[in-house]
Write a protein that binds this ligand. Structure first.
Ligand SMILES: CC(C)(COP(=O)(O)OP(=O)(O)OC[C@H]1O[C@@H](n2cnc3c(N)ncnc32)[C@H](O)[C@@H]1OP(=O)(O)O)[C@@H](O)C(=O)NCCC(=O)NCCS
Length: 231
């Protein structure tokens, strides 16, 4: 079994105490966001990731190096990792939810999505495989949107676990349907297989869907906690 710790947070304020934890590339990315809500989600993901990695490694959050080099262009917007540390992590943010998933080194991906949005036809044909499209055809609009965003969170979790981002075709993955436990059923990509993928749905609260995936067939034990702890 792979142990995975998932931590949830709501957006932090852009205060000096938290901004001081960002490295120069992160500060540049934060300032490139025009909307304050996007800045706060980004800031929170990085502060939470450093805090949790620091706890695991027994060092101060400010001392945790987060490298997010993009394999395509070299910029700091790729999958985050802590060089040399015995851990793997993944960050996701949507609406008022920020999530960080941590394992002892097994590749991990997490995704959270708000479900109070429309799932239009172009999004559906961009993201879903033929089998998935058939499974949601004919559902009333609200149920179809909910089923779509469940698929979407499951797919993005798997895609993010590979670290290859949009180079994985979302349509090339077939996931189990909403209402069934999350499982990868088929993958066109050679790096992914149902036998070597374990997944769990998470509990981010109403209006959200979230899933975590690890690239291991050993099964997954997940603990979900809030940061800072809720009394
Ligand atoms: C991977 C990706 C599809 C996820 O986006 P999303 O579902 O909209 O957003 P989420 O909040 O769930 O995930 C974003 C987080 O995924 C992580 N991430 C980025 N690239 C990743 C990758 N290749 N694999 C795994 N995780 C990745 C980052 O931590 C990012 O958080 P950050 O904003 O704090 O850096 C998105 O980050 C992306 O589009 N990356 C491509 C970057 C790009 O523009 N490439 C163009 C060519 S250089």
């Amino acid at each position: 079994m792979i142990d995975c710790a998932v931590w949830w947070a709501t957006p932090l304020a852009t205060s000096g105490e938290f901004l001081a934890l960002l490295n120069p590339a992160e500060r540049e990315r934060l300032h490139a966001y025009r909307r304050e809500a996007d800045q706060r989600r980004f800031l929170t993901g990085r502060v939470l990731a450093r805090t949790l990695a620091g706890q695991r490694l027994g060092v101060d959050p400010a001392a945790v190096e987060l490298d997010a080099t993009c394999a395509d262009c070299g910029r700091q917007h790729g999958p985050p990792r802590v060089p040399g540390a015995p851990l793997a992590l993944s960050i996701s943010h949507s609406g008022d939810r920020i999530a960080v998933a941590l394992t002892g080194g097994t590749a991990v991906g997490i995704d959270v999505e708000t479900v109070n949005r429309r799932a239009d036809d172009s999004l559906i044909s961009y993201a879903l495989s033929d089998a998935e499209r058939a499974a949601i055809a004919g559902l009333p609009d609200d149920e179809r949107a909910e089923a779509f965003f469940t698929y979407w969170a499951r797919k993005e979790a798997v895609m993010k676990a590979t670290g290859r981002g949009l180079r994985i075709s979302l349509r090339g993955l077939t996931l189990s349907a909403a209402g069934e436990p999350p499982r990868l059923l088929a993958a066109a990509d050679g790096e992914l297989s149902p036998e070597a993928t374990s997944m769990a749905d998470l509990t981010p609260g109403e209006e959200y869907r979230a899933t975590v995936a690890v690239l291991s067939g050993a099964g997954l034990t997940v603990t979900e906690q809030w940061w800072p702890p809720r009394s």
